[in-house]
Design a protein around this ligand. Structure first.
Ligand code: ASP
Length: 435
């Protein structure tokens, strides 16, 4: 599968910065801080009729490629890795790394939130106000309780088209893995036929991604403008300590821990690593979606790092769904924060260990879409005895936190592909682009 044409990352970055500046300026000049923020009618109109529709065209053009791209690249990746043993080895390495960095992230979050204790001393009337304002949104997000049968149904689909239609990525991944292994068992001419067909599907998706990326500077401007122009900055001040803990944790994970892993396991310095993945990071930040960033990640892995498609096509689709270290950290901090606000006693050490484990597992299962982790976060809250509706307290600032945690999720995906490529290829420096 060939890579799409280079994305003008400076133009996307310009869209991001200009959108943020314009949105913040409108917000400061015309929006009463709240909560809830009081947004003038004309700002709502501009967002509803211009910024959001244009932003949605960009996002949806990326989303529309996700299911075919994940399916085709994963199946071809597995088929090309070859033997079941090799697939098992690469898969174990990949999943092991995902779990390790998510675990480290959740622990960082829990340590920070215990040290700062942002939930203590939050005025009761603020809590009541937030519940009243965002309680309705919280009720809409509630997911059915976790059951083993439901989980198994998500992972093992009975109908691949239904799984695709419902964006059940774990089910699509299982099906793609089975198809990929199956291809290795076919007669060579048939295996070749199916592989070439799937590669062609991937190339078609690349075409659509190219179209989407042409729109990226304007799309990103619109997405950021509509978020910042209506955002409750007053709310950010009220929840400042909590937001600061989330952001500090994400900074430690994204800017220290992950580059350290990359450096220790591949020898690549942080300067080179971050320079090469900047387009991926900007896309993740502006879309708040690991899934929407997947196409860009595959291109960056191939063009910037020279990573073979069999590795990029295997690790990155799994990463977009299962590797969410930023989300695990955010969940850990949020659960502890809400427990500090809502429960009379601090959570015991044993309960905190349970929180870490649940945050890692739910981050694996969360959908890579904006706010994808919120329903699962409500499950974690319920399991430690906090009313899930308490999520209402943070929903008003979630979009900004989502942009930041998705960026860290994405740094995790890119670190994984670089590390796995380094350990899987004979090339002494898989970090450098092909000649
Ligand atoms: N937006 C995140 C992602 O796509 C998921 C989440 O934490 O809500 O990676």
């Amino acid at each position: 599968m060939s890579a799409p044409a280079a994305v003008p990352h400076t133009r996307i970055l310009a869209g991001l910065v200009l959108g943020a500046v314009a949105g913040c300026a409108v917000n400061l000049a015309f929006v009463e801080p709240g909560p809830p923020p009081r947004v003038p009618e004309w700002v709502r109109w501009v967002n509803a009729n211009v910024a959001e529709p244009v932003g949605q065209v960009f996002l949806r053009l990326l989303f529309v490629t996700v299911v075919p791209l994940v399916f085709s690249s994963l199946a071809v990746g597995v088929a090309q890795i070859g033997s079941l043993g090799a697939v098992g080895r690469v898969g174990a390495k990949t999943l092991g790394y995902f779990l390790l960095i998510s675990f480290v992230a959740a622990v960082i979050g829990i340590v920070l939130v215990n040290a700062v204790r942002p939930g203590e001393g939050l005025p009761q009337d603020t809590v009541a106000d937030l519940q009243k304002t965002y309680g309705g949104d919280a009720a809409k997000k509630k997911k059915a309780d976790f059951t083993v049968v439901e989980f198994v149904k998500q992972v093992v689909p009975s109908n691949p088209f239904a799984a695709a239609a419902n964006l059940e990525m774990l089910g699509i991944i299982t099906f793609a893995l089975l198809v990929g292994v199956g291809i290795t068992k076919l007669d060579p001419p048939r295996a070749e036929l199916v592989t070439r067909f799937l590669e062609a599907v991937g190339e078609l998706m690349v075409f659509i991604i190219m179209v989407a990326m042409k729109l990226a500077p304007v799309g990103v401007f619109c997405l950021i403008f509509s978020t910042t122009s209506q955002f409750g900055f007053g709310l950010l001040a009220l929840l400042g300590k909590y937001a600061a803990v989330v952001l500090a944790g994400l900074a430690v994970q994204g800017l220290v821990v992950l580059p350290l892993f990359v450096w220790a396991l591949t020898g690549m310095g942080p300067g080179v690593f971050f320079r090469k993945i900047r387009t991926s990071m900007v896309t993740a930040f502006s879309t708040s979606s690991s899934s929407a960033t997947l196409p860009t990640n595959i291109r960056v892995a191939q063009t910037e790092f020279g990573i073979p498609m069999k590795i990029a096509g295997f690790v990155l689709p799994l990463g977009a769904t299962m590797c969410m270290a930023g989300t695990a950290l955010f969940e850990g901090v949020t659960v502890m924060f809400l427990a500090q606000v809502m429960l009379p006693e601090p959570l015991a050490f044993g309960d905190q260990v349970v929180v870490v484990i649940l945050c890692v597992l739910t981050a694996v299962g969360a959908a890579g879409v904006p706010g994808g982790s919120i329903p699962l976060l409500m499950l974690v809250l319920a399991s430690i005895g906090v009313e899930p509706g308490a999520i209402a307290l943070i929903l008003g600032i979630d979009r900004i936190l989502d942009m930041c945690r998705t960026t860290v999720n994405n740094i995790g995906d890119m670190s994984a592909v670089v590390i796995v490529a380094r350990t899987e290829t004979a090339d002494p420096d898989p970090a450098s682009p092909p000649a």
